[in-house]
Design a protein around this ligand. Structure first.
Ligand SMILES: [Zn+2]
Length: 266
């Protein structure tokens, strides 16, 4: 029984690290305007095609000592680390599932869909931190999963749609105002695009909470960056990571925060 559990956990985790490896390709190629569906992976330095046995998540990096087999230049540790995080996340969430009556009480589709959403969001965050982009592929995937979750939950579509309208109107309005006042684009289109699946998933009223939190967290980091002298006033700061963090917090703790806040007021 233990062996069976361990093999399942290992398979699930290995699958996640393969997915992580694929998402890294998506990020890398989107940042360079290349198609990620065509062509095998190449070394970023010498552009030699990478053989399948040098492309096994986690293992290949370790066996090759983090260097390309041909040109011996270093392979970015970000790939290895994100595959490792994916693998560990697999083990931890598998154990959490086995030992948590709460999680076992949820439908398996619910766990799968929301886990995938969370997983994609991690890589959207990584993409924005690395290249200041959020690949359209991730936004589209999130939207498909959000709609799938909505269909399977058989709940009303009214609140999620209201939330999407509200957040897009809000961010369009904000970017319009900002471009009038600052005379340049202050908010990226990527951020607005990302808010469509996010607000659909969060629905109403958690969407407002997440926007509110994103500005608080973003403002805090902007201030730190200004104080540390890393950024000058008016310089672009990636906003998507704050949107993603705020969405994750609102998704998990939204109800508790909402209750706490209104308990405070009334
Ligand atoms: Zn190379």
């Amino acid at each position: 029984m233990l062996f069976y559990e361990l093999s399942l956990a290992f398979l699930f985790s290995f699958f996640l690290s393969i997915l992580a490896s694929f998402f890294n390709v998506v990020i890398y190629r989107t940042a360079r305007d290349e198609s990620f569906s065509k062509g095998r992976s190449k070394c970023e330095k010498c552009h030699k095609q990478i053989a399948w046995y040098d492309n096994i998540p986690l293992l290949s990096f370790l066996l090759l000592g983090g260097k390309c087999r041909y040109c011996h230049k270093k392979i970015s540790a970000v790939y290895f680390l994100s595959e490792l995080v994916a693998f560990l996340l697999g083990i931890v969430s598998y154990l959490a599932y086995v030992y948590s009556p709460f999680l076992q009480g949820l439908a398996i589709w619910q766990l799968a869909v929301y886990f995938l959403i969370f997983f994609i969001l991690m890589f959207a965050l990584l993409a924005d931190l690395q290249y200041l982009i959020v690949p359209d592929f991730f936004v589209a995937l999130l939207l498909v999963l959000a709609i799938l979750a909505q269909i399977l939950s058989s709940e009303s579509w009214f609140l999620p749609i209201i939330a999407v309208f509200f957040s897009t109107a809000f961010f369009y309005g904000l970017s319009f105002l900002a471009s009038k006042i600052l005379k340049k684009d202050a908010l990226g289109m990527g951020d607005i695009k990302l808010m469509i699946p996010l607000s659909f998933i969060l629905s109403w009223p958690k969407t407002i909470l997440s926007i509110f939190l994103a500005f608080i967290i973003g403002g805090f980091f902007a201030m730190l960056a200004l104080i540390a002298g890393k950024k000058k006033f008016g310089q672009v700061l990636p906003f998507a990571p704050f949107l993603i963090l705020a969405a994750m917090i609102s998704f998990i703790f939204g109800e508790a925060i909402w209750k706490w806040y209104f308990g405070f007021l009334f």
